[in-house]
Design a protein around this ligand. Structure first.
Ligand code: KG4
Ligand code: ZN
Length: 338
């Protein structure tokens, strides 16, 4: 089953061709970072205009790279939410037009399901890696979400906990701004942390032992701000130590809760998903602590951690009829619940 995936929920315009929810024939992405950087965050009006300008070309490129034409598809899958309304409607309109014109089945995909199903895509880093085969715990960490999910089967999942305030990626972006690292802040902060001492400053690990699976990162972000207010020189002379200490606090809480959930639920696998799963510290630490606990630790290839359309096609394949809708009923749903 070959699906065309389309993703425009935030500031990346993406299209992909995926066979059987696993084999990626192409995955094309037009990043808008250069357009938003000077504003220090995503400007919704700029994002939707830019999507509208490039969506046609991005879809064409995905077909071209895969060596396919519209005749070769069994359906079109698109992110309908959650996300920015003006951004979502561009992808949805494109998918709807293709579905109508080619009489193709349409699949309405939840963006967060997309992140989760990135774990089922063929991993070019380790092609032999099998997709998850039994129940697992998935930590979805992105710019807008920090959700811990019990995945009983591809069709059945339940939210164990989520952030009570800032998402992990949001905390990264805000702390990166305090350190003058630009936007998006996750990748440069991750790089800077590599040369710092993670024990230089003991930042708070909110809710780490509260027994719930919820998260809270706004106190940590505020602690970094207070620290920099009290020691203004640290933003320059000890930026790497601050970055490493902040990252250690985030990673510690994320790993502790994910591994405790796996233990309590008796599952043998944990998986990462979402933009923050590109974080080198989180990938390494979850692997180290998870494997020490006897768990299989799945981490999607880097390109499928941040927003992309291959994960949307994969989610549509695995969700099947649960995601299928008549093309006329495809609608952007900015608040689409899990
Ligand atoms: O999933 P994603 O691409 O978009 C959303 O759905 O939000 O996630 C974007 C988030 C941003 O907050 C970005 O700073 C963060 O993921 N991010 C990272 C890294 N790469 C991206 N955070 C920490 N370390 C990274 N290497
Ligand atoms: Zn995302």
């Amino acid at each position: 089953m070959r699906l065309l995936g389309i993703e425009t929920s935030c500031d990346d315009t993406a299209a992909a061709v995926v066979v059987d929810g696993r084999h990626v024939e192409s995955s094309v992405l037009a990043s808008q970072d250069d357009f938003h950087r000077k504003y220090g965050g995503v400007v919704p009006e700029i994002a939707s205009r830019r999507h509208a300008e490039v969506i046609g070309t991005v879809v064409e490129q995905a077909l071209e790279k895969a060596g396919r034409t519209f005749e070769d598809f069994d359906g079109v899958a698109v992110t309908v939410g959650p996300g920015l309304a003006g951004s979502l409607v561009v992808g949805v309109a494109a998918a709807q037009a293709i579905a109508f014109a080619r009489d193709l089945p349409a699949y309405a995909v939840n963006h967060l399901h997309g992140h989760l199903f990135a774990n089922y895509l063929e991993n070019s880093d380790t092609p032999e890696q099998a997709p998850p085969d039994g129940p697992f715990v998935c930590l979805i960490v992105s710019g807008g979400h920090t959700d811990l999910i019990h995945v009983e089967s591809p069709a059945q999942h339940r939210i164990l906990g989520r952030t009570l305030d800032d998402a992990a990626g949001e905390a990264y972006d805000k702390v990166a701004r305090l350190l003058g690292l630009g936007f998006p802040g996750g990748p440069p902060l991750d790089d800077l942390a590599k040369s710092g001492n993670p024990r230089a400053v003991e930042f708070p690990r909110s809710l780490i032992a509260d027994g719930s699976y919820n998260f809270s990162f706004s106190g940590l972000k505020t602690a970094v701000r207070y620290h920099l207010d009290a020691h203004p020189d640290d933003a320059v002379s000890r930026a790497a130590d601050i970055a490493a200490s902040f990252q250690a606090a985030v990673v510690d809480v994320l790993c502790a809760k994910t591994l405790r959930a796996a233990d309590a639920l008796g599952v043998g696998t944990v998986a990462l998903a979402g933009g923050v799963s590109a974080n080198s510290g989180l990938r390494a630490e979850l692997r180290r602590r998870g494997e020490a606990q006897g768990l299989r630790v799945l981490v999607p290839p880097l390109a499928y951690c941040t927003d992309n359309a291959a994960m949307i096609a994969a989610a549509a394949f695995y969700r099947g009829n649960a995601a299928r809708v008549p093309a006329a009923q495809l609608r952007a749903d900015p608040n689409f619940a899990w």
